[in-house]
Design a protein around this ligand. Structure first.
Ligand SMILES: [Mg+2]
Length: 94
């Protein structure tokens, strides 16, 4: 409903914005963890990551819908990538 209301162009821009916010939140969380953030600052930064992950996931679902990527093709692509990475790890260990 939301995706249909706004359409691809605005939602693709919004997706880019949310991904940038997620990048920033992950970086801030990393800085707080690695450069002496207080427990409270770390907890807040972690919560910001959760928030931006939710925003980004919502936008990815909308783009998936607006671009007509069904569950089949996307899940197939995801599984191929996961299989390849697992095989790389197994190869490196073997
Ligand atoms: Mg956001």
């Amino acid at each position: 409903m939301i995706a249909d209301r706004y359409g691809y162009e605005p939602q693709s821009r919004q997706c880019i914005k949310e991904m940038a916010e997620l990048t920033q939140a992950i970086n801030k969380y990393w800085r707080k963890r690695n450069f002496g953030g207080s427990d409270r600052q770390i907890a807040e930064a972690e919560d910001a990551v959760l928030d931006e992950m939710a925003d980004t996931q919502i936008m990815l679902w909308q783009l998936k819908y607006l671009l007509g990527f069904g569950n089949g093709p996307l899940e197939k692509r995801i599984n191929e990538k996961l299989d390849r990475q697992v095989n790389r790890i197994k190869g490196a260990e073997g």
